[in-house]
Design a protein around this ligand. Sequence first.
Ligand code: SOE
Length: 384
Amino acid sequence: MQQKPKVAIIGAGFMGGAHTEALRRIGVEVHGLLGVDAEETAKATARFGIPKGYASFDEVCADADITAVHLCTPNYLHAAQAKAALQAGKHVLCEKPLATTSAEAAELVQLARQKNLAAAVNYSIRYYPMNQEARARIQSGMIGEPRILHAEYCQDWLFLPTDWNWRLEPQQGGELRVVGDIGTHVMDMLTWLTGLEITAVMADLTTFIPTRQRPKGEVETFSGKLQTAAETEAVSIHTEDFASILLRFNNGARGVITLSQVSAGRKNNFWWEINGSKASLAWRQEEPNEMWLGYREKPNELLLKDPALMQPEVRRYAAYPGGHAEGYPDTFARHFADFYAYIAAGDMQRKPPFPSFADGWRELLLCEAVQQSARQGGWVQVSG
Ligand code: SOE
């Protein structure tokens, strides 16, 4: 008989809390947690009422009670931790990006397959009900052939030179910041919605704030906006604040995306629009319960999330009735529900319904092409 899922959460920041809450909502037991040090582990286990605090990642891997590990750690730790967890026979759900290089990610894809384990990357934005609806409509041909894919993901949480987070440092977050942190959500979304592949990219990246004040001590993601002056030191910044990227897709479609973490007033503003040969669709993360449908021959429409109005095959991604807004934390719960249902079904070789390690690997190939294009100028073909 299959073991009941028991999860260890690795990381106690913004994401560690979000994963814990979502798992509990879907009835999956959070058995243990490992923070950055003993103090953080003790505080977080007490705050969330998690029975076990670990002293090390090795201890997590050696815990026979644990069936799955959720990696909510800084990016540079993902690959090594995912590898160790898979080798210890644990299913892995990893925050994005999966690794810092495509070579590391490719190895993880193979390892998960070999070990017959489920392996997901948390591209959770797919799980807004209106994005599931959009994909179902695009896949069934409602907008015709996708031609033009536009998207923007702009934030302001790193707007000031005094805003700080580990993602600013390449050793922790990887050499690409805006592209790796939020650009991969966009590229994942456009390819997942349409089923298309990105074949070539042309990118322009820049750093508007070349020197920042780093506080002495740790700063949780997004929390800097609420902080008052602390003791700081000046640090040179080499990761990008902004990126604009042109895309070519394998059906001849064209794309353009804008990414920024220094756009005052834009909190977490991801929007996409796809113009097809029959109609258009558009969605925006700050008003996620609506989807715009654009037509030439009749008035445009605005679909407000309501399971009764959704395509039957994606209705399950709306957990509440029409008019009951669903948001960011709900996407984690819906993603994890897919992940644990897949594990329960027992066949780890079938194509997963969730964002997989293979998707995470493709995102890293795209990041590497973006980086190459930004360095050398001009179009770069995406390998893989
Ligand atoms: C920070 O930019 C961040 O938390 C990203 O890492 C997440 O993936 C995104 O959902 C919100 O912003």
